[in-house]
Design a protein around this ligand. Structure first.
Ligand code: AMP
Length: 476
């Protein structure tokens, strides 16, 4: 495998820009994919965000684009991204690595003025980066001709599937010249994605790189059992935040967009320096929120999976899963936001009694258990199997020192306009809410009426008990 960028066949201009960016060694996906892309082969790259996959297509594309010229309204290459943020990030990559080139890169995403982008397209774009819906919209208006596309990149295909974009992708593929090169990236290969590659790729080279190890020693993963009553759950989150001595900033994930807005508002009301990020905000407020978070002006970023997908945010000390992700893969993406580049990080997942099966799915996927912790001030982990696990996992020693409970949030209140509540983003389906407990079942099952936690079951009355909680001995 190539040890530096010089042996990969990239042009001098590209190699120089890579060196200027400070990268000395190609990542696995770069070392394996770049030579094939330069040979005009179709590629299936099974790789997650964080593996350097963006540069694995941007760098050889820049090299290939050095010969030839764009013609009016006929982009030479097309990159499809599931979200605006990812599209914007790929655009930044072209700016960074293409600084020695004079290429025209157009961006067709919601919230960015079409006028300017259309001008670029009219003059002739070398690269068009778009979300599938916007692309088709502009195509149908006759703004774009697709017959000149030599290279198609489909990025984060499994996320496209989650978001319902596959029919759009199929349509776009059928509009493109059949003799094009297709570079296809996905973190996972479910059957629908496999079918898509069978249909639209020609003799692809399959490259699979090891996922970023989410259970790396640099990430301290913890599970906190909480009530599923919204206000109690939010209270538990506040306590957890206050209990984390080394917290500098955090991303807090919610499963649903409307919860992002509610939680952002609630945290801001309680004096936390928090702002929300979700798909319905206009591009300007999204960019502003993200920039504030990146620069440290904003301490807590509340986000949905879709909004946060692929964002490159360095140095996040904590990730909180306010909701257990219903797709186990999302757990890996979420906690991968912390503990990056050898830094240490903490990922705390709040699990309600009805989350048992999702926790189990995560534990199965990451092939290790997640140590339990107590929520300071919430009478929770009082009995049976879980308790042994608590002690064994060292949760006691992590409990914050006396007095910390009373501490104010580490940031003074800075009012942050929380986004309006809006209809659900196109996201994976959410589980039905757990059935309400009756007083009788409460008594019968010995449920703590304050905390809502079932003392008989380590995970509560509503959900199945995760298998790992029933195993004796140490977890973690
Ligand atoms: P990606 O998987 O494309 O989202 O890239 C994840 C991060 O890795 C980004 O911050 C890139 O700037 C960075 N990166 C890309 N290629 C390299 C490389 N060869 N060496 C070190 N970092 C890289």
């Amino acid at each position: 495998m190539a040890n530096d960028f010089s042996g990969l066949g990239l042009s001098a201009k590209v190699t120089e820009a890579v060196t200027a960016a400070g990268y000395t060694k190609p990542t696995d996906i770069q070392a394996q994919a770049i030579p094939h892309v330069l040979q005009k082969k179709d590629i299936i790259g099974i790789a997650q965000t964080g593996t350097g996959k963006t540069a694995s297509f941007v760098l050889p594309m820049l090299t290939l684009l050095e010969s030839g010229r764009a013609r009016a309204r006929m982009p030479r290459t097309l990159i499809l991204e599931p979200t605006r943020e990812l599209a914007a990030q790929v655009h930044e990559n072209f700016e960074k690595y293409g600084k020695n080139h004079r290429l025209s890169v157009a961006l067709l995403i919601g919230g960015v003025s079409f006028e300017e982008q259309n001008k670029k397209l009219d003059r002739g774009a070398d690269v068009l980066i778009a979300t599938p819906g916007r692309m088709l919209d502009q195509f149908e208006r006759g703004r774009i001709l697709l017959s000149g596309v030599d290279i198609l990149v489909i990025d984060e295909a499994d996320r496209m599937l989650d978001m319902g974009f596959i029919p759009d992708i199929e349509r776009i593929c059928s509009l493109l010249p059949p003799r094009r090169q297709t570079l296809f990236f996905s973190a996972t290969m479910p059957p629908e994605i496999q079918k898509l590659t069978n249909r639209f790729l020609r003799d692809p080279i399959k490259i699979e790189v090891a996922r970023q190890n989410p259970t790396a020693e640099t990430i301290d993963q913890k599970l906190a059992r909480v009530s599923n009553k919204p206000e109690e759950k939010r209270e538990a989150l506040r306590r957890l935040i206050r209990g984390e001595a080394n917290l500098t900033n955090a991303i807090i994930f919610c499963n649903r967009k409307r919860d992002v807005a509610t939680l952002a508002r609630s945290l801001a009301r309680h004096g936390f320096n928090a702002g929300g990020l979700h798909g319905d905000m206009d591009q300007k407020s999204r960019t502003e929120t993200l920039d504030s978070f990146r620069s440290g002006k904003l301490t807590f970023l509340i986000a949905s999976d879709v909004a946060a997908r692929g964002l490159d945010i360095p140095a996040v000390s904590h990730v909180f899963n306010f909701d257990v992700p219903t797709h186990a893969e999302d757990y890996i993406h979420r906690i991968g936001r912390t503990g990056r580049a050898g830094r240490s990080g903490t990922a705390i997942t709040l699990a309600t009694p009805s989350d048992g099966k999702y926790v189990d799915a995560i534990v199965k996927l990451i092939q290790r258990d997640i140590p339990l912790m107590t929520v300071d001030g919430v009478a929770a982990t009082t009995s049976v199997p879980g308790e042994a696990s608590d002690r064994a996992s060292g949760a006691e020693s992590r409990r914050p020192a006396k007095g910390r409970r009373e501490r104010r949030p580490r940031q003074e209140a800075k009012p942050v306009a929380a986004p309006e509540v809006s209809p659900p983003e196109r996201q994976p389906p959410h589980p039905k809410p757990a059935p309400r407990r009756t007083e009788e079942t409460r008594k019968k099952r010995n449920i703590d009426s304050e905390s809502g936690i079932d003392a008989d079951s380590p995970f509560g009355a509503d959900g199945p008990v995760p298998a790992f909680l029933l195993r004796p001995g140490r977890i973690g």
